[in-house]
Design a protein around this ligand. Structure first.
Ligand code: HEM
Length: 219
């Protein structure tokens, strides 16, 4: 925690997070998250299971294994995230289970079963931490649109035929969700004068957990 942040209990119903100090208010929590996770993003892009999605010689078996691993991650992670953010009504529209549903649809299209193992669920100590994790989950839809173009070209999948996870959101839908995410961060962290550190820590933890899981050998 920075020197200028202090812990205060806050009124009932407020987020359980430290209150931000004067000196850190000028930079938005969104910008803080962006810079705090820049290298984590660069690192996750190098994960073979993800990087391969951009290669023209991608084969369907590799794509499907990546989807099954992503499905296991989202199935383990999304319920905890949703319940952590239950009290934040502004975030509800982003907690619609879109990613998990899309992954289920893709596995069903391929006739593939979910993996039998899954990563351990993550602990999100406070709602601000939940917002940091939500930033990562929503952000993955931005890169997803690029991946969708590649897998459509290499494998011929489309939003209703095995490509819902990466291609299921139109550019407009993805843009609206991202705007909403930014608005939630602004209102629930910046305007509420809460510290961004728990969000950044959780965002890094989310990137780390996903990277570790995507690099693991599972079957
Ligand atoms: C090969 C895999 C990936 C590629 C090629 C990729 C690519 C990109 C690109 C191009 C953007 C910027 C989009 C824009 O500004 O419109 C972006 C943003 C982002 N991606 Fe990824 N991404 C990948 C994987 C992931 C994963 C696995 C996650 C997290 C689960 C993730 C989280 C994010 C986040 C949080 C942002 C927003 C960064 C910001 O605040 O500007 N990405 N990604």
């Amino acid at each position: 925690m920075p020197q200028d942040a202090e812990r205060q209990p806050g009124p009932p119903g407020r987020l359980d997070a430290p209150v931000i100090g004067e000196a850190t208010r000028d930079v938005s929590s969104f910008e803080r998250l962006r810079s705090a996770t820049r290298s984590a993003h660069a690192s996750i892009e190098t994960v073979p299971a993800l990087h391969r999605l951009l290669e023209p010689e991608l084969d369907a078996a590799d794509y499907l294994m990546t989807l099954r691993k992503l499905h296991a991650f989202h199935a383990a992670f999304e319920p905890g995230l949703a319940s952590r953010l239950l009290g934040i009504s502004r975030a509800a529209v982003l907690l619609d289970g879109r990613n998990l549903r899309a992954l289920q649809a893709d596995l069903a299209w391929f006739g593939a079963s979910p993996l039998r193992c899954s990563p351990s669920p993550m602990t999100l100590p406070c709602a601000v931490a939940g917002l940091g994790a939500l930033y990562v989950m929503e952000g993955s839809n931005l890169g997803g649109r690029i991946i969708a173009r590649h897998v459509s070209r290499s494998l011929g999948v489309s939003p209703f035929a095995g490509g819902a996870f990466y291609g299921g959101l139109t550019a407009e839908q993805a843009g609206l969700r991202w705007q909403k995410l930014k608005e939630v961060l602004r209102l629930e962290i910046d305007q509420a004068q809460l510290a961004w550190e728990p969000a950044a820590a959780a965002a890094l933890q989310t990137f780390g957990a996903l990277e570790q899981w995507m690099r693991a050998d599972v079957d």
